[in-house]
Design a protein around this ligand. Structure first.
Ligand code: CP
Ligand code: NVA
Length: 316
């Protein structure tokens, strides 16, 4: 597969920055890279290229999949922890962006405020990839879409139910479902609703693509009914640790369990971006059950991100 050069130099901050066709093409590239890697064929399209990975929050999947993904593409990735670099001591983002642009070919960043990623991208002359902010987690949902396509053969028209916090995952999943013409239902408590601007735009985009986005406030059963996919996320996200006890009260019942699974279609998939908290947002039996594709989803982080890196960091 000859990779298109249309994405070279672009940032990957949010799915809303790309057309449905572009995102579907990225998924095709992810599938291609997965097949090549599994066949043991070298895919060193980023030979000699370097990626800096800034982490201001913890990570297992994102760090390991970006780092090894870069290696499989023939490049090199370096880990920059917020605390051990000058970023953690307050060096301004515009300065960091311009310095790193002199050394590297791309930057992946995981941080708190989404504005930090946008500022980094504004000042960097190399592609910036969003590895999670408080607002969005776009790389995760590309892996999720790849996983759904693998198991269901399509995306369009499928009902995707998310049960939990109106957080970064809910936002990016709405963006994903909207772009791919899915029927998205988000069940969340009225105290933890998703961002209104994101919902409004997702509803508009979904409509254009023949799909829908519905927020089922305090109504888990409505979201789960006839779903093709049931998905959840931790009740307490990174940075919210002080709210943990209150959140355990607020989200009581927001759980994917055997009873809820019965509301969904018989062949529904169960998804979770991980890390998971058994007994809270998901039960052990469902997590480990036959409908769970959670580890396929985790695996596909590697290929979805390899596609993003390859396409944005290729030579013109
Ligand atoms: N799902 C996800 O982003 O996992 P990590 O926090 O381990 O990177
Ligand atoms: N919502 C979670 C996702 C973790 C991958 C968080 O932000 O911590």
């Amino acid at each position: 597969m000859e990779l298109k050069k249309d994405f070279v130099g672009k940032d990957f901050l949010a799915l809303t920055d790309f057309s449905s066709e572009e995102l579907l093409y990225m998924l095709d590239v992810a599938d291609y890279l997965k097949a090549e890697k599994k066949a043991g064929r070298p895919i060193d399209v980023l030979k000699g290229k370097t990626l800096g990975m800034i982490f201001e929050k913890s990570s297992t999947r994102t760090r390991v999949s970006f780092e090894t993904g870069m290696y499989y593409l023939g490049g090199y990735a370096l880990f920059l922890s917020g605390n051990d670099s000058q970023i953690g001591r307050g060096e301004p983002i515009p300065d960091t962006a311009r310095v790193l642009s002199r050394y590297l070919n791309g930057i992946m960043i995981r941080t708190f405020a989404h504005e930090r990623v946008e500022e980094l991208a504004r000042y960097a002359s190399i592609p910036v990839i969003n590895g999670l902010t408080d607002l969005l987690h776009p790389c995760q949902v590309m892996a999720d879409a790849q996983t759904i396509r693998e198991h269901k053969g399509r995306l369009k028209g499928l009902k995707f139910a998310f049960i939990g916090d109106g957080n970064n995952m809910a936002h990016s999943l709405m963006n994903m479902g909207a772009k791919f013409g899915m029927e998205v239902a988000i069940a969340c408590p009225s105290t933890h609703m998703p961002d209104k601007a994101i919902v409004d735009l997702a509803q508009q985009v979904a409509k254009e693509n023949g799909g829908s986005v519905e927020i089922c406030v305090d109504n888990i059963a409505a979201a789960a009914k006839n779903a093709d996919i049931l998905c959840t996320d931790a009740w307490t996200s990174m940075g919210q640790e002080e709210e943990k006890l209150q959140r355990q009260k607020d989200f009581a019942g927001y759980q994917i369990n055997a009873d809820l699974l019965k509301q969904a279609k018989d062949d529904a998939l169960v998804m979770h971006c991980l890390p998971a908290y058994r007994g809270q947002e998901i039960t052990e039996d469902v997590f480990e059950g036959p409908q769970s594709v959670i580890f396929d989803e985790a695996e596909n982080r590697l290929y979805a991100q390899m596609a993003v890196m390859a396409l944005t960091m290729l030579d013109k």
